[in-house]
Write a protein that binds this ligand. Structure first.
Ligand SMILES: NC(=O)c1ccc[n+]([C@@H]2O[C@H](COP(=O)([O-])OP(=O)(O)OC[C@H]3O[C@@H](n4cnc5c(N)ncnc54)[C@H](OP(=O)(O)O)[C@@H]3O)[C@@H](O)[C@H]2O)c1
Length: 322
């Protein structure tokens, strides 16, 4: 699409609302079963028109939830800048139809206040994120990682105060251990800012949140769970069965090193691919449907480097039950 053309969202975007949305824990919020993450493919190094086309496709099909973080890019901050540009170019009229999250926790700027879980860092980071994204508030703000050296109460009180200041509507935590999740749940509930959602990595190759009891705790306590890297960064698709395609995430040797692809893993992926074929599905479709079928799941948070991938991934909504 030419930048000068005005984006008008598809009128049909909520036609399939019955199948698309799930309630997030015991809250008033419905999230799409498939959400779109901005970790890769939306940075300053990526072509804006491609990022824009993926985002349009998603929203045109009812995907209302976009997930960001301060350090997504590369370079850091530029995924939020891309989103800010999309807000200005396309999404301003649709702000109230969107559920936008951001996070702080990983290294963002130099010095002692640019990462982890202090009040100083979280408050400053969210203010920066809002400026980059051209937003007055985010719908959801996360502590991106557990900080063993900051009192949990300091991090949690910062989240409470961020909501009280109107800069976020809801709060979440990502990749916190179970005992810290329990503290967060209690602390936030007592202050009437209940924990909306937990973000963790769950996919057919990595079931840690289930094994650690995190998913059950969320399900039993009315907390939503959104699964990041549900395709194991692309491993759970048909792309690495025979080769490492040029331009793929693994070929770039960034967050998915080629050393991961051992002969044993490739055999396992081929078996899963055969299982998917028996179900009449692609491996990606089956892998996402598997996550959605687990107890306590609200949404799979996928990445996509093309509209075609997004289209393929959304098919999981209609996959056969497990
Ligand atoms: N909280 C956290 O700590 C944390 C950590 C990681 C991620 N996240 C969130 O989770 C989101 C998703 O993570 P992710 O990008 O790792 O998710 P993913 O869905 O497991 O992997 C996405 C990548 O797989 C490939 N792919 C996707 N669909 C495909 C298909 N149908 N066929 C072939 N290849 C396909 C693409 O890579 P190619 O470039 O190879 O095409 C795509 O960028 C992130 O954007 C972020 O919002 C959060």
């Amino acid at each position: 699409m030419n930048l000068k053309e005005r984006y008008v969202a598809a009128e049909s975007r909520y036609d399939d609302a019955q199948n698309l949305y799930l309630r997030c824990g015991r809250s008033g919020v419905l999230l799409p079963k498939v959400s779109l993450g901005f970790w890769h493919n939306f940075g300053g190094v990526d072509p804006y028109e491609r990022s824009r086309a993926i985002t349009h496709y998603a929203f045109d099909h009812g995907i209302t939830h976009f997930d960001l973080a301060n350090n997504y890019g590369p370079p850091y901050g530029t995924a939020e800048e891309t989103f800010g540009r999309l807000m200005v170019d396309d999404f301003r009229p649709y702000r109230d139809e969107l559920f936008i999250s951001s996070k702080a926790g990983y290294d963002m700027w130099p010095g002692p206040y640019g990462e982890w879980g202090s009040r100083k860092y979280l408050m400053a980071s969210l203010d920066q994120s809002l400026r980059r994204m051209n937003l007055d508030y985010v719908d959801l703000f996360y502590s991106h990682r557990y900080d063993p050296n900051t009192p949990l109460e300091e991090t949690l009180q910062a989240l409470v105060d961020i909501v009280r200041a109107g800069k976020a509507l809801y709060v979440g935590i990502s990749s916190w251990p179970l005992e810290a999740l329990k503290v967060a749940d209690r602390y936030l509930r007592e202050r009437d800012v209940p924990l909306l959602i937990y973000q963790g990595r769950l996919n057919m190759l990595d079931r840690a949140p289930q094994e650690q009891g995190i998913l059950d705790y969320c399900a039993d306590n009315g907390i939503g769970f959104i699964s990041f890297s549900p395709l194991a960064q692309g491993l759970l698709t048909d792309k690495y069965l025979d080769t490492i395609p040029a331009g793929s995430r693994m070929s770039r040797e960034t967050s998915l090193p080629s050393s991961r692809l051992t002969p044993e893993l490739r055999d396992h992926l081929r078996q899963l691919n055969a299982q998917a074929a028996e179900r009449g599905e692609s491996l990606a479709e089956m892998a996402l449907a598997w996550v959605l079928a687990q107890r306590g799941i609200t949404s799979v948070l996928v990445g996509a480097s093309s509209v075609e991938q997004m289209e393929c991934n959304m098919k999981c909504i209609y996959a056969k039950p497990f």
